[in-house]
Design a protein around this ligand. Structure first.
Ligand code: HEC
Ligand code: HEC
Length: 292
């Protein structure tokens, strides 16, 4: 399979593709750097214009329950090139992931819409699995990525060793966006996929800010939340501040959150979060034995 792919790269060589090909060589590409591009299957996004066909998304994700066996993805396209595009074949990074194509070559007429169903067999697998199907066309290659997080939504985060945590801190000190790439995604990105509002806060922010175990330089947000406006939250979430360990979550900085998710987070943080503090305090006071 590798040989065949290598032969077809003459059509179009770019760094993304090279990364992709390297990715194909290792069977379970858990850590790739482009994690923010993953879209949960149920989500909608403005069509993205690729150079060959226009796709609803070229990377899709699904949170699977441990009981699920086959995960289906559908990659929708629209031919806006003004010419015919011929799909010649689909190569995938493992036998467990298959794209179903009609009789080949498949000619997509100008203006034609269609879709490519991709199925991933996850039996016996755990964790996060990313597979790529490369669609070979007469105009070049189109990599489609499918990611499945198995049982990740409810699974507690695995414990980290001291060394691992120190290494993570070093990585973050070099690049505050490091949390959104490589093996960090397992804890810092995957649990946030498809979440909004309060749930998004606890998965994306709470992991650092609400941890009992957090480093001293990680701010306690509860006491400072009162009276902070949406611009304050928007700024910190989307842009953050360079030279700190607080990452920038906006997609334009390589973060995992789209504008809509950030909106739901800001709404939660301005309207509900400060009130939760009061309720919490009241609850703690109530539980304390009365002072004499
Ligand atoms: C296994 C889950 C897990 C992985 C993987 C992980 N983190 Fe974290 N991270 C946490 C948790 C949990 C905390 C909150 C502190 C705690 O409870 O240990 C945290 C906190 C942090 C903090 C805040 C400082 C601190 O230590 O309290 C930074 C910065 C950070 N992680 C960066 C990274 C980077 C960079 C990577 C990848 C190189 C990474 N993390 C991978 C779970 C993880
Ligand atoms: C990887 C750990 C990490 C994650 C995840 C994280 N933060 Fe932070 N955050 C920090 C650190 C560290 C600081 C302290 C920055 C500094 O040095 O000033 C910080 C600072 C902040 C501040 C500034 C507080 C002040 O001093 O005024 C806000 C607001 C904030 N974070 C909100 C959020 C929100 C909202 C999210 C979720 C979208 C989030 N953070 C996710 C680590 C994190």
């Amino acid at each position: 399979m590798h040989g065949r792919l290598a032969a077809s790269t003459t059509m179009k060589i770019n760094p993304t593709l090279l990364t992709l090909m390297l990715g194909l060589l290792c069977q379970s590409a858990i850590g790739d750097s482009a994690d923010s591009e993953f879209l949960l299957n149920s989500e909608q996004r403005e069509p993205s214009v690729e150079n060959i066909l226009t796709w609803d998304a070229v990377a899709k994700a699904h949170n699977a329950k441990p009981s699920e066996q086959d995960i289906g993805f559908e990659f929708r396209f629209h031919n806006k090139t003004g010419g015919e595009v011929q799909i010649k074949r689909a190569d995938s990074s493992c036998g467990c992931t298959v794209a179903r194509l009609p009789k080949l070559p498949w000619t997509i007429m100008p203006g034609q819409k269609g879709s490519i169903p991709v199925t991933m067999d996850i039996r016996g697998k755990t964790g996060v699995i990313t597979k790529t199907v490369v669609i070979a066309t007469d105009k070049g290659l189109i990599p489609l990525k499918a990611r499945v997080a198995i049982g990740a939504a409810s699974k507690p985060l695995k414990k980290r060793s001291k060394e691992e945590r120190a290494a993570n801190l070093r990585a973050a000190a070099q690049n505050r966006q490091a949390v959104f790439a490589g093996k960090c995604v397992e804890c810092h990105v995957i649990p946030t996929i498809g979440k909004r509002g309060k749930q998004l806060y606890s998965t994306a922010c709470g992991i650092c800010h609400e941890s009992k175990n957090r480093a001293p330089f990680v701010t306690d947000l509860r006491p400072l939340a009162k009276g902070k406006d949406s611009q304050y939250w928007q700024q910190w979430i989307a842009e953050s501040k360079p030279n700190t360990l607080m990452p920038a979550f906006a997609k334009k900085h390589g973060g995992p959150l789209d504008d809509n998710q950030i909106r739901t987070l800001v709404a939660y943080l301005t309207r509900i979060f400060p009130r939760e503090l009061k309720t919490r305090r009241a609850a703690t006071l109530k539980n304390k034995p009365a002072l004499k």
